[in-house]
Design a binder for this molecule. Sequence first.
Ligand code: NAG
Ligand code: NAG
Ligand code: NAG
Ligand code: NAG
Ligand code: NAG
Ligand code: NAG
Length: 404
Amino acid sequence: MVSLKRVLAGLTVLPTVLAHPPPFADGRGHKIAPKVFIISMFAPEGEAWWGIPEFDILAHNITVPGLSPLFPHVHCTADHAVCQLITGESEINAAVTMTSLVFSDLFDLRSTYFFAAGIAGISPLQGTTGSAAFARYAIQVALQYEFDAREIPQNFSTGYVLQGALAPGQYPLSIYGTEVFELNQDLRSHAVAFAKKAKLADSTTAQEYRAHYKQNGTHEQYKIAALPPSILECDVATSDVYYSGNLLSQAFDNTTRILTNGTGTYCTTAQEDNASLEALLRAALHGRVDFARIVIMRTASDFDRPYPGESPTYHLLQAEQGGFEIAVENIYRAGIHVVQGILDGWKETFDHGVKPSNYIGDIFGTLNGKPNFGPGRAQSLEESGALLTKRSRAELSKRRPLRL
Ligand SMILES: *[C@@H]1O[C@H](CO)[C@@H](O)[C@H](O)[C@H]1NC(C)=O
Ligand SMILES: *[C@@H]1O[C@H](CO)[C@@H](O)[C@H](O)[C@H]1NC(C)=O
Ligand SMILES: *[C@@H]1O[C@H](CO)[C@@H](O)[C@H](O)[C@H]1NC(C)=O
Ligand SMILES: *[C@@H]1O[C@H](CO)[C@@H](O)[C@H](O)[C@H]1NC(C)=O
Ligand SMILES: *[C@@H]1O[C@H](CO)[C@@H](O)[C@H](O)[C@H]1NC(C)=O
Ligand SMILES: *[C@@H]1O[C@H](CO)[C@@H](O)[C@H](O)[C@H]1NC(C)=O
């Protein structure tokens, strides 16, 4: 998530030339089979990879139907080993763009590593601005009932209630299937080891702002927020709503714990990852991508809640947190080691893949295996409305054709 002024600034980088339709597809009649596919969400994240010394990702611009009108091209290096696209921001843009990519016949993505690398908010309980966090879980935290703050019952801790539940803190009884995605933790360990080679950028504005989180007494828990940026392993929340403040952050931290049955760590906040993951999961079901080859890295551009004593509106809307520039820079500084680590280790390790020792996939167990979260396949399918009930079967059989 980024502030509105950043989003508007991002919009000034509109593509001015339409690329030519691709010769099929790498010019030699082969489908394009990148080793690494970088997923960016908006222009500043995309440009973090442009003009770098390691490779020229703008050597090919390939128009792919279904991509965002703002970002209509897939960009690739001359040898097509590394490609990139920009999804556009929020869940809808991410879902449509990624679906269009993974079902495009221009590409063979079966061995491709997907590297979603964007900026995000961060919980001061887990880290600080400029840090790069690698997720095992992506949690769609705002897929809930919501009551306006002014109408919340006295005995509710938040206005958010999971769907089908009767009060905050209860497990949902209505499941959509996109609530939680779990990724390959063994691949994450490789990515984290690569990223730890990076010297992360920092700035005095970011240092000054994060120093406010260092308080003695009651706010000891924010100590880590005042430390320099680092490489973290913790999870990403997805929400179209760009929320901020103590209470919503705590509510979605609670949601993360409930939906992952206590195994996830609420850490970064963004607007796309669950949507991109749902597209990748559907493609994996048809053998078009390998769900064990996904890395999500989010670099922190701002805190999800104010420092003690600061108003939440001042924190989000006015304060200069200094995190945006270093977060964008650190996408490149940390991310380049992940890309190069995969390319350099291709023959030895990554071509045949890194076997996950944990469950990977969604709450239904769509890709087989048994999720370590959720109510199990049978019950979650029932609660998703995927199964016809006896009652609805009986009602359907009573239907008569309309006489017009
Ligand atoms: C690809 O597009 C980018 C900007 O969108 C442009 O800078 C670059 O020159 C283009 N590359 C080619 C080969 O046309
Ligand atoms: C809140 O209070 C109402 C009565 O006002 C009660 O029905 C409900 O069970 C309470 N909920 C919780 C979560 O305590
Ligand atoms: C979002 O993705 C994360 C990580 O893959 C997953 O743990 C989470 O369940 C997903 N949430 C939703 C609502 O899809
Ligand atoms: C708490 O912080 C204040 C201001 O940063 C400082 O003056 C004070 O000595 C600190 N107290 C303790 C017990 O560390
Ligand atoms: C989060 O959960 C804890 C423990 O159940 C509860 O005390 C707290 O009020 C919850 N916070 C919010 C904002 O819902
Ligand atoms: C997760 O928690 C829910 C609610 O407590 C429970 O019904 C479900 O069985 C748990 N799932 C796993 C895999 O432990």
